[in-house]
Ligand binder design. Structure first.
Ligand code: ADP
Ligand code: ASP
Ligand code: MG
Length: 413
């Protein structure tokens, strides 16, 4: 513990996303803002993503050589984008007379498991990190990356820099974590799809977790899980405007809940259809075991009898398509046909207010039916309803649902 009792209360973990560091001008803008934070007495710990587009570029390079490859070399490649952005940001800070040190995961003992391309953080040396702050040095930490027990570089899954930030906040027992991004708040829908979506002042951890799980990329799911587990409030706010954004907080702190808080879309879905599959739960257990051991996150699962055999359908994200194909190739008997439906998406509504209300599902499906959008798979929990639809129908679906559930800034329900 530091001798100065006010020290920890002034430490702030601040994460800047890809667009926020997307050009040299923007990197200089972030450095200028950090200089203002320091002048106000804050002690920043900075986490940065790769410059926007860079991780996609790196992924595409690997895919041109082998679209199915997932292994240690993939993580070495895709982690490199953050090395560039933290170095540039540290240079921009130093130009302003601020002592700053770019830090890669191994320097902070950000230890993960060895599930390449979607590793999970196991521990972080919080004291090492605070040591920099105590010496008056601003740590500028590479988001998205870790190291496993054998010192291999790992990555945390797309969007994983958010998770690095919250994990650092947890390691130093900070009460909150600031996530700076290219939107000023969490909205009732992605403003790119629904331009008149409303800003939300507060969102519960639970709702945010559902939104992330359903594909809203505004926050990485693991980051929200970690924040909920450690009670760390997330303040999501704009990199470009100096004003408050959205606080992600425990549910008990939110007084009034609307029926539906947000509509979430995900253009990143692929449905695998297997037919005919053997009857019996043993087959299902073995199949999903195999997928899980490959690190595939299976989302919605349905099974039906077609008259000429059992049909199993499940959805995964596009990033997991290669892993899924590999696992199926190794596991399935030759007579089982596999069809991958790409170009699918998921549209969902989320809200703790749905818990005690009837008729939400009816209104959800009625809205999609009126918009003539066919539904492939369905998933529900007490606070969400989601449907797999064609990806090109997502804007229409989001717009119709925003209207049906009163999620627009203009106009009523
Ligand atoms: P960063 O690079 O800063 O991590 P991301 O692109 O990962 O930023 O996430 C921010 C983006 O999330 C926004 O530009 C927005 O298009 C999208 N988004 C999706 N759903 C929402 C929502 N409900 N509210 C705000 N932004 C959303
Ligand atoms: N650069 C990584 C990605 O594009 C991590 C992140 O941006 O959070 O997925
Ligand atoms: Mg992100």
């Amino acid at each position: 513990m530091p001798a100065d009792p006010g020290f920890l209360s002034r430490v702030r973990v601040k994460k800047y996303g890809g667009t926020s560091v997307g050009s040299l001008e923007r990197i200089e803008g972030v450095a200028a803002r950090l200089a203002e934070d320091l002048a106000r007495g804050e002690i920043p710990i900075v986490v940065a993503s790769a410059m926007s587009g860079e991780t996609n570029r790196l992924v595409a390079l690997a895919e041109r050589i082998d679209p199915d490859y997932r292994g240690a070399a993939y993580d070495v490649l895709v982690a490199s984008g953050e090395q560039v952005s933290i170095a540039l940001l540290a240079i921009a800070l130093q130009k302003r007379g601020i002592r700053a040190q770019p830090l890669l995961a191994y320097q902070l003992g950000i230890q993960t498991d060895s599930v390449y391309s979607k590793a999970r953080i196991q521990k972080i040396e919080g004291e090492t990190l605070l040591g920099f702050c105590r010496r008056g040095v601003v740590p500028v930490v590479a988001g998205f990356q870790g190291v496993d027990e054998e010192d291999n570089i790992t990555t945390l899954g797309r969007g994983g820099s958010d998770t690095t930030a919250v994990a650092l906040a947890a390691a130093i027992r900070a009460p909150s974590c600031e996530i700076y991004t290219d939107v000023p708040a969490v909205f009732t829908a992605d403003p790119r799809l629904v331009p008149d979506a409303k800003e939300l002042a507060r969102v519960s951890f639970e709702e945010m977790m559902e939104m992330a799980a359903l594909g809203s990329k505004v926050l990485h799911i693991r980051c929200v899980e970690l924040a909920a587990k450690h009670g760390i409030r997330i303040h999501l706010r704009s990199t470009f405007e100096a004003r408050a954004g959205t606080w992600i907080v425990p549910e008990g702190e939110i007084m009034e809940n609307p029926l539906v808080t947000a509509v979430t879309h995900d253009a990143n879905t692929c449905v695998f259809v297997l037919h005919p599959v053997p009857a019996g739960t043993g087959f299902l257990a073995d199949l999903f075991d195999r997928l899980a051991s490959r690190g595939v996150v299976v989302d919605i699962i349905t099974q039906s009898d077609t008259g000429d055999g059992r049909r199993l359908a499940f959805s995964v994200t596009k990033e997991d398509v290669a892993l899924t194909r590999q696992a199926l190739k190794e596991f399935l008997p030759a007579q089982v046909g596999v069809e991958a439906l790409e170009g699918m998406g998921k549209i969902s509504i989320v809200g703790v207010g749905m818990r005690n209300n009837f008729g939400v599902a009816a209104r959800f499906f009625r809205t999609l039916a009126d918009a003539r959008i066919p539904v492939q798979l369905v998933t529900t929990s007490e606070i969400k309803i989601g449907a797999v639809v064609a990806a090109d129908a997502l804007p229409k679906a989001a717009d119709a649902l925003a209207g049906a559930f009163g999620l627009r800034a203009t106009g009523g329900v």
